[in-house]
Design a protein around this ligand. Structure first.
Ligand code: AMP
Ligand code: ZN
Length: 114
């Protein structure tokens, strides 16, 4: 957990381009954007992945959805729409072991799998 890059971003040990912050949630721009707008929304609490979510996290994870809605309005992409992705584990392609919601916007997103 100490080596977790997103925990370091939460603590300010690694810089990030923040777009939203409150006591429980942080959002910042992805360093390798896959779309014109690519924001990562994370709980400040270290949760390694969806596999590690606990019942006590339900309110926090629910809240993140309203945070995403707020960000979409503030950043001006709510009307055009956006996509939210969570990768989990090896087959899901998760590279950073700290739960994060990818928010992609700013273009017609292709390659729909579902
Ligand atoms: P995932 O593959 O779902 O684990 O996504 C990890 C994401 O974190 C990738 O899109 C990376 O580009 C992004 N990322 C890794 N390190 C940083 C960082 N220091 N600041 C911002 N985004 C990062
Ligand atoms: Zn972490």
């Amino acid at each position: 957990m100490n080596d977790c890059v997103f925990c370091k971003i939460v603590k300010g040990e690694i810089p990030s381009q923040k777009v939203y912050e409150d006591e429980e949630v942080l959002a910042f721009h992805d360093i390798q954007p896959a779309a014109p707008i690519h924001i990562l929304v994370i709980p400040k609490k270290h949760i390694a992945s969806l596999n590690e979510v606990e019942k006590d996290d339900q309110a926090l994870l629910g809240k993140i959805h309203t945070v995403i809605q707020t960000i979409a309005k503030e950043q001006g992409f709510s009307d055009n729409g956006f996509r939210v992705i969570i990768n989990c584990g090896k087959d899901g392609g998760q590279e950073v072991a700290h739960l994060h919601f990818h928010v992609l916007a700013g273009m017609q997103l292709g390659e729909k799998i579902v």
